[in-house]
Design a protein around this ligand. Structure first.
Ligand code: FES
Ligand SMILES: [Fe+2]
Length: 432
């Protein structure tokens, strides 16, 4: 029988429940102003003030078939007419809506498969095959189109207000071409030959990753093994990755066109000799350009040679497009295949291997279709991410307020300076 006698013995201490459980949390959310890119959204409107690469020049073959190319939430087709002119038009035919991706390319335009309407690269209707006289009122039909220009082996498209169209920017790292050099733009991977490498998560997750150097000191080294091919031979010494010192070895800087980080480390020069202090510098130029040094064959103090564009396909997909200026055909291959996971390319891995040796894709994709900003706990080492977001917010604010956002107008002389590379340090670095 239970003793129910009341005594004045104090009750034992019952600890208060720890309320940090997952129960009852508010619904999470993403920052739409930073991430969503469709027509009429704040970021979508801001991104539409800039040129974006939509295809490789070599991938659009004159007179060949059109390619579906979704960009900023709009369904488009990219093609090159028989005269060699690149064109980008809406995918949906302005007659009754068939996809122009099934169209036929002719000398002067693209012809819809359904009733044979033909449009030139600026959407003018040249012929309506099933109408008398090729369509007496064909001049009233116009296929929505966007301006395109080619540079650096890529086809760029401008999807913004026609009256605000800026010059296509030029960069000192990509021109002029040196002797024997050409532009390398091919991912050398399945399904990425024409339009670039598509990934199935929001564009900002990978763009932010580019200004988050400390993740290399964990993910790419201490968690999954050294994933940069060439480490210890032509790449980086292990001290580059040291997570206990990396926070002190990285500084973040605002540049004229974006944000840059500099990571200091020590290494022997290629070919041997005394250890020197080096600065590894990565610059991001708004809104979505990334300049990453060669992480396979580190060549201090040489001219930077590549740019990457993180191009939003829609809110939950993006494409990576790059151009490398090089005389060495292996340069692009080493970039594409340079980050191995347990010796494999990412697209060759099993799910089991992905969990044992995660890389950039696993870390960024698993943040979600769009990361949930309401759930984040930012720390001092996220400083670059915070700086980038602040600049992107300013860009969005500027466009909303009718001001010209950063990086739309070209500097005097036209060439933009890119501040990426590996540099021999002459002054002592903090933390090294
Ligand atoms: S739907 Fe394209 S021509 Fe009719
Ligand atoms: Fe990475």
């Amino acid at each position: 029988m239970t003793d129910t006698t009341v005594t004045d013995t104090p009750a034992p201490d019952i600890p208060a429940p720890d309320t940090g459980t997952g129960y009852g949390r508010k619904l999470s959310s993403h920052d739409a102003r930073l991430t969503e890119v469709g027509p009429g959204t704040p970021m979508g409107e801001a991104l539409r003030r800039y040129w974006h690469p939509i295809a490789r020049s070599a991938g659009l073959v004159a007179g060949d078939r059109p390619h579906r190319a979704r960009l900023l939430g709009e369904n488009l087709v990219a093609f090159r007419d028989g005269q060699g002119r690149p064109g980008v038009v809406f995918e949906r035919c302005s007659h009754r809506g068939s996809s122009l991706s099934y169209g036929r390319i002719e000398e002067d335009g693209i012809r819809c498969c359904y009733h044979g309407w033909k449009f030139d690269v600026q959407g003018h209707c040249l012929e309506q095959a099933c109408e008398p006289d090729g369509g007496r009122r064909r001049n009233l039909a116009r296929q929505p189109w966007y301006p395109v220009e080619e540079r650096y082996g890529l086809v760029f498209v401008y999807m913004g207000p026609p009256e605000s169209k800026p010059e296509l920017p030029r960069f000192d790292c990509l021109e002029p071409l040196g002797e024997g050099e050409s532009y390398h733009t091919d991912w050398l991977a399945p399904d990425a030959e024409v339009l670039g490498m598509e990934q199935d998560f929001n564009w900002l997750q990978i763009y932010e990753n580019a200004v988050d150097p400390v993740h290399a000191s964990w993910l790419h080294s201490h968690h999954s093994g050294f994933q940069f091919q060439g480490t210890g031979t032509t790449g980086f010494p292990e001290s580059y990755y040291d997570p206990t010192t990396v926070a002190d070895r990285v500084t973040y800087h605002r540049t004229d066109l974006g944000v840059k980080y500099v990571q200091s480390y020590r290494d022997r020069p290629v070919g041997g000799g005394e250890t020197v202090d080096l600065d590894w510098a990565v610059e991001l130029q708004l809104p979505n350009i990334l300049a990453l040094p060669d992480f396979i064959r580190v060549a201090p103090d040489s001219r930077h040679d590549m740019l990457i564009w993180v191009v939003p396909v829609d809110d939950t997909h993006h494409r990576l497009v790059f151009s490398i200026r090089s005389a060495d055909p292996e340069r692009a291959a080493s970039f594409v295949f340079g980050i191995k996971q347990n010796g494999k390319n990412n697209w060759e891995m099993t799910e089991e291997e992905r969990h044992r040796f995660p890389g950039d894709y696993e870390a960024q994709r698993s943040q979600g279709d769009i990361t949930q900003h309401s759930e984040e706990t930012l720390a001092p080492s996220d400083r670059g991410v915070v700086m980038l977001r602040r600049m992107l917010r300013t860009m969005v604010d500027d466009v909303e307020a009718g001001r010209t956002p950063l990086g739309v107008t070209n500097p005097d002389g036209g060439l933009r300076s890119v501040a990426s590379g590996v540099f021999t340090r002459t002054a002592p670095a903090a933390g090294v």
